[in-house]
Design a binder for this molecule. Structure first.
Ligand SMILES: NC(=O)c1ccc[n+]([C@@H]2O[C@H](COP(=O)([O-])OP(=O)(O)OC[C@H]3O[C@@H](n4cnc5c(N)ncnc54)[C@H](O)[C@@H]3O)[C@@H](O)[C@H]2O)c1
Ligand SMILES: [Fe+2]
Length: 391
């Protein structure tokens, strides 16, 4: 009975892995090279880690102007959303740029939970500005929009759908060279500063999809926990749920050695390889921090220790899921957020309906983990214990 249940879970996870392009945020392959021969049936025997440059520290944002100067940047695009443009994180970045003599223009029209239309508007701005570097100050919405703007401004002749994941787009490999992008995350959630993914709602089809390529990964992530002190409670909770699910899903994902086919060339090994010993370390560490600090971070905006630790946990979980992948909670979140009609999320200072990403992900998690527990009872029990279940 238990073996039959386990087989069902393995079957579903394999199906999900094969349908990678239909679960856009987290089941992409970075390698957009041509498909493998159908004869290739063996499972993988290796895994690898890709990790972006990260700098962490309270107040470290003041260094961003020096980074741009060190890069020789002369004409910088600073991207953010309307809400954040009025808040201290953007002010601190602008002060650092000004102090270091960096010439910059601000784009504050990022849409919270971006769409193809909002991406295109940002791309047009980037093309007109002919920038030589980008700074994204905000949550996943801003960082993802900035990645797309940098990509398409660097390949001006391309069509928008060229790089969008197949089957909605053409999934073309990125061969152009992008400008440096520094990401300053202000939520403790997506880990977008560590990933080569940019997500948007394709409004025409009412689905979320994205662009996935190592080439669009930020050059540097500046993680300054002081920014998280400005987040309202619901933004802390929802982005924290995203961290929780990144950790839980990557730790319970199909192991890399059960994933097939085994690539005949390393360029075809996906970034989302399945759970593996290195991603496991990051996922478990992130989970321990979430268990200790998420509730405190939501309840008390002045709890710098809790909010700082959650900021670190979002990076840890990003590194973990960026190399292992996630599964059903994220896969099922796309219709939940894509089909939103009236729902207005509390504490989100926006004029449109939205189900925040972290909320759309966590909603199905009790059902998902009840189901996947049959596959790896030991791992599910271990994570339940970390989260406070005593027996
Ligand atoms: N690229 C990736 O790897 C990846 C991974 C997961 C999710 N995503 C995407 O990221 C988006 C969600 O990003 P998010 O959860 O980080 O939030 P967000 O960027 O959508 O921001 C949510 C709200 O919080 C506000 N806000 C952000 N930081 C604040 C601060 N410090 N103080 C006050 N207000 C603040 C914003 O102005 C906005 O109103 C979704 O589109 C999702 O699909 C991307
Ligand atoms: Fe997520």
């Amino acid at each position: 009975m238990a073996a039959a249940g386990r087989d069902r879970v393995v079957h579903l996870l394999r199906q999900l892995q094969r349908a990678a392009c239909q679960c856009p945020t987290h089941s992409h392959t970075y390698s957009q090279a041509p498909g493998l021969p159908a004869s290739e049936k063996t499972t993988d025997y290796a895994f690898e880690m890709a990790v972006s440059n990260i700098r962490y520290g309270a107040g470290v944002t003041k260094e961003v102007g020096m980074d741009l100067q060190n890069m020789g940047a002369k004409n910088v695009c600073l991207m953010t959303d309307k809400n954040l443009s009025q808040l201290p994180p953007v002010e601190v970045v602008m002060n650092s740029l000004t102090k270091n003599g960096i010439n910059f223009k601000v784009y504050d029209n990022v849409r919270v939970e971006p769409t193809d239309k909002s991406f295109v508007e940002a791309i047009e701005f980037a093309k007109r500005g002919a920038f030589d570097a980008y700074v994204a100050v905000g949550g996943g919405s801003t960082i993802d929009t900035c990645k797309a703007a940098n990509l398409y401004a660097s390949s001006p002749d391309g069509d928008f759908l060229d790089y969008v994941n197949d089957p909605i787009g053409k999934g073309k490999p990125v061969t152009v060279t992008l400008k440096p992008l520094i990401a300053v995350p202000t939520t403790a959630g997506t880990g977008s500063e560590t990933t080569g993914v940019a997500i948007f709602d394709y409004e025409h089809l009412k689905v979320k999809t994205g662009i996935a390529s190592r080439a669009i990964k930020p050059t540097l992530g500046i993680i300054d926990p002081l920014h998280t002190l400005h987040m309202p409670p619901r933004v802390v909770a929802n982005s924290g749920f995203d961290v929780l699910c990144h950790a839980l899903e990557s730790y319970t994902a199909l192991p890399y050695h059960m994933r097939s086919p085994c690539p005949s060339n390393p360029v075809n090994r996906p970034a989302y390889q399945g759970s593996n010993p290195i991603s496991d370390v990051w996922a478990i560490q992130a989970l321990q921090i979430v268990a200790k600090y998420l509730k405190r971070a939501v309840r008390n905006p002045d709890d710098l220790e809790a909010r700082s630790n959650m900021h670190l946990a979002s990076v840890f979980a990003g590194i973990g899921f960026g190399n292992a992948g996630v599964h059903l909670c994220h896969g099922m979140s796309y219709p939940i957020s894509g089909l939103v009609k009236m729902y207005k999320a509390k504490d989100y200072n926006v004029d449109h309906s939205l189900v925040p990403h972290g909320l759309s992900v966590v909603l199905t998690s009790p059902a998902v983990f009840t189901f996947t527990a049959q596959m790896f009872p030991e791992r599910h029990l271990e994570t339940a214990k970390i989260l406070g279940k005593s027996n």
